[in-house]
Design a protein around this ligand. Structure first.
Ligand SMILES: C[S@@+](CC[C@H](N)C(=O)[O-])C[C@H]1O[C@@H](n2cnc3c(N)ncnc32)[C@H](O)[C@@H]1O
Length: 239
């Protein structure tokens, strides 16, 4: 999947109400609030003092902010995102929290990141991969990670039901109906992203194919079979 204008348009529209919208959607899909989701992702990343962190698709910088507040992480955290409006929102919150010296926000694509090789110990990506060309993003993540660097991704995933004949037919119908009723850039972006959602097994094979090791995947069960599940992936790179 290449970058589509729908993604930037969608998140430009969504930026002012981003956290509230996520909260409603995550409660609807998984029965957990957005703050709980972020807390759990940051706990999984278990960043240690001195580690250099990149948060891909950082959006309004909620993950970097949580990282520095809950881990007492004093080192700089870099957040990267393709949508300027999301970053602008993030910059306001960072300034309000007085942590402009700790978080750097960069506007760029995850498929072509403006950093030197091997400079990050931890790369995090929350709720972003389904909008990306994932193989290109993984190549970039691999290039940027130091030896034994860790990749932690948490995003929507497909359930085995999505791969059954009945699941495929039902989801196609639901997507057509969703696209018909909702004509916003957000719904277009989500419909495009639908093709890009993977099961835990598909993720595992992909990560291993790119040379990641110690792949571990936890699943957040969806509230209904046709909703996406939540997948939290952890992997390491050994150079
Ligand atoms: C659902 S938000 C996730 C924001 C944040 N990580 C969080 O957990 O709240 C998805 C973000 O991915 C960003 N995004 C989509 N495609 C991207 C790409 N190719 N490169 C960088 N960011 C991208 C969007 O701009 C948006 O801010």
């Amino acid at each position: 999947m290449e970058e589509k204008n729908h993604v930037k348009e969608a998140f430009t529209e969504l930026a002012p109400s981003y956290s509230n919208t996520m909260d409603k959607e995550l409660i609807q899909f998984w029965g957990i609030s957005y703050p709980k989701f972020v807390e759990s992702l940051v706990n999984t990343a278990a960043v240690k003092s001195g580690e250099k962190v990149l948060d891909i698709a950082t959006g309004t910088a909620v993950i970097p902010l949580k990282l520095i507040s809950c881990n007492n992480h004093q080192d700089r955290v870099v957040g990267l995102d393709i949508t300027p409006a999301m970053l602008m929102q993030g910059r306001k919150v960072i300034a309000r929290n007085g942590v402009t010296d700790t978080i750097d926000l960069i506007c760029a694509s995850a498929m072509d990141m403006p950093f030197a090789n091997g400079i990050f110990d931890v790369i995090i990506c929350g709720l972003g991969t389904h909008h990306m060309n994932v193989p290109k993003m993984l190549l970039e993540a691999k290039r940027l990670l130091a030896n034994n660097g860790r990749l932690i991704i948490s995003d929507v995933g497909a359930t085995p039901f999505w791969r059954s004949l009945m699941g495929k037919m039902l989801l196609r119908l639901l997507m057509v109906q969703y696209g018909f009723v909702n004509r916003s850039a957000r719904s277009q972006a989500e419909i495009e992203a639908f093709q890009n959602v993977r099961t835990a097994q598909e993720w595992s094979a992909l990560l291993e194919g790119f040379g990641f090791v110690k792949v571990h995947i936890d699943e957040i069960k969806p509230r209904l079979p046709w909703f996406p599940s939540g997948l939290t992936l952890q992997a390491e790179i050994a150079i």
